[in-house]
Ligand binder design. Structure first.
Ligand SMILES: [Zn+2]
Length: 493
């Protein structure tokens, strides 16, 4: 990552603009988001409409997300594999609901070199159909089950309106595809992954999520049931942060994934699929960021600590060696450290720059600190500064990083609580959606018609029906009929 830092010794060029060029959240949240993405060098626009370049700093966050998820997938018995980018068009057509759901977003390949293709290919929008085709070859007997495969890949969905990380034509993700002997096992897998996603989002991204089931109209095209985790962003809009689908036997029937059962009969497998994407980076930005820029939870911060030496007197002979010593000690203790020793930039500029890039902890060290055998430590989340003894610094920093990780989750939870309301009547519901944005919990009768009316009239979508949501004796917020349960609604990304 060192090449990320521009300038270098004796650069002397003009300093790039300060964080002040970020639009305040209160003025325009959407512009704030784009400013942070650009100024923190997470991603950039490209000549390809709707496709972003993920810059090294943004990609480093993605790598940390990947590593952390991959470890969890493997710990639950999954293995990685890779399937083709292209899908013969006829395959996509095999599962009716699936093709209807995805056809409007599919990119086509009709020529290869100077030849018209006999059968056009589509660029995968998701891989159920190509993987299902392979599973029908690989699965013959109940002894071949379960199949627990994940793929890290890119997919393409032709989007009309795009926004870096949140919705782009091409994006990176992981897609798990599993096949099971029984419906119960497939359901168990679907739930296992959903709770894995929730645990990951909360412990690594410090992003609290509501886990629950999607309504019929919001479920994945071709699935029997879709479950999601939903997060609340800083502007009060919800973000679907991950989904886990129980596909029933729908794809197994369309792609002949059949096996000989324990009782020697030929049966269709039960399959699942599940995914999270680079959208999580958008979620991170909008969950924790502030008017000074990005705020990264330590566990997914490319640099957890930035050390800024204060250049006074003969600092290169005194301060710099000490700063290097601290950097080495922190690195030995597993901390990801950046020592910003560029002399072409002032400490004040560096402070603002690394705040903007969301580094959780800044360590300042100058001649006076060396005299006092201390350093000055600043937290990005609270922006508090305090001295810490140089002796035993690594242990103190590790504790501090842990505290910040927890504090960010608590802060986000508190924000969600403050932005979640209950609506007993439709008037209350409409009022809540117009005024203070956030989640609105309301009784729902289960009808798609009520859901569609609510969406048309308030722009709020049914995010999910959380597990353990009260089986209320109340009524549907829209029609007044008995409610099936409580659903969480929000305006969403
Ligand atoms: Zn209703």
């Amino acid at each position: 990552m060192a090449e990320q830092v521009k300038g270098g010794k004796g650069g002397g060029g003009k300093e790039p603009p300060q964080a002040t060029e970020i639009t305040p959240q209160s003025k325009d949240f959407s512009q704030w988001y784009l400013d942070v993405v650009r100024r923190a060098e997470l991603a950039d626009y490209t000549p390809v409409k709707g496709c972003m370049a993920i810059r090294p700093y943004g990609y480093a966050i993605w790598e940390l997300i990947q590593q952390s998820l991959d470890k969890r997938f493997k710990a639950t018995g999954h293995v990685n594999a890779y399937f083709p980018l292209f899908i013969p068009a006829s395959l996509l057509m095999k599962e009716k609901e699936h093709v209807e759901g995805f056809a409007p977003q599919v990119a086509w390949v009709t020529r290869g070199g100077d030849e018209e293709l006999a059968e056009p290919l589509v660029v995968r929008p998701t891989s159920e159909v190509i993987i299902g085709t392979l599973y029908s070859k690989w699965i013959q007997s109940w002894r071949d089950l379960p199949v627990l495969i994940n793929q890290w890949a890119n997919v393409v969905r032709w989007e009309k309106v795009t926004r870096p990380f949140l919705r782009t034509t091409e994006f990176l993700w992981q897609e798990g595809h599993t096949a099971h002997e029984t419906e119960a096992e497939a359901q168990e897998e679907t739930m296992r992954i959903l709770s894995l996603y929730k645990e990951f989002a909360e412990s690594e991204l410090a992003m609290p999520v509501v886990d629950g089931q999607k309504s019929e109209s919001e479920k994945f095209a071709g699935a029997s049931r879709t479950y999601s985790i939903e997060a609340l962003m800083g502007d009060g809009r919800a973000l679907q942060a991950g989904t886990s689908h129980h596909l029933g036997q729908n794809f197994a029937k369309a792609f002949s994934i059949q096996f000989q059962g324990r009782d020697k009969t030929l049966q269709h497998a039960w399959t699942t699929s599940w995914g999270v994407s680079t959208r999580l980076i958008g979620g991170l930005i909008m969950t924790h960021g502030d008017d000074n820029g990005l705020v990264l939870p330590p566990r997914v911060a490319p640099y957890q600590v930035v050390i800024v030496p204060i250049p006074r007197g003969n600092w290169q002979e005194t301060v710099l060696p000490k700063a290097r010593e601290i950097a080495a000690e922190l690195t030995r203790n597993g901390v990801r450290v950046m020592l910003d020793d560029r002399d072409a930039y002032t400490p004040g500029w560096k402070f603002a720059e690394w705040e903007l890039r969301g580094v959780p902890v800044r360590v300042e060290i100058g001649p006076k600190d060396i005299e006092k055998a201390q350093v000055v430590v600043a937290r990005r989340d609270t922006r508090e500064k305090s001295p810490l003894p140089a002796d035993g610094l690594a242990a103190a920093i590790l504790t501090l990083l842990d505290d910040i990780q927890k504090a960010l989750l608590q802060r986000a939870l508190k924000f969600r609580e403050e932005h979640t309301t209950r609506a007993a009547t439709y008037d209350e519901f409409k009022c809540a959606m117009e005024g203070r944005p956030g989640f609105v919990i309301a009784g729902w009768c289960g009808s798609g018609e009520c859901e569609a009316t609510i969406k048309a009239e308030t722009q709020a979508t049914l995010r999910n029906i959380p597990f353990g949501s009260e089986r209320v004796s109340g009524t549907c917020v829209r029609c007044g009929k008995p409610a099936e349960g409580e659903a969480w609604f929000a305006k969403s990304y």
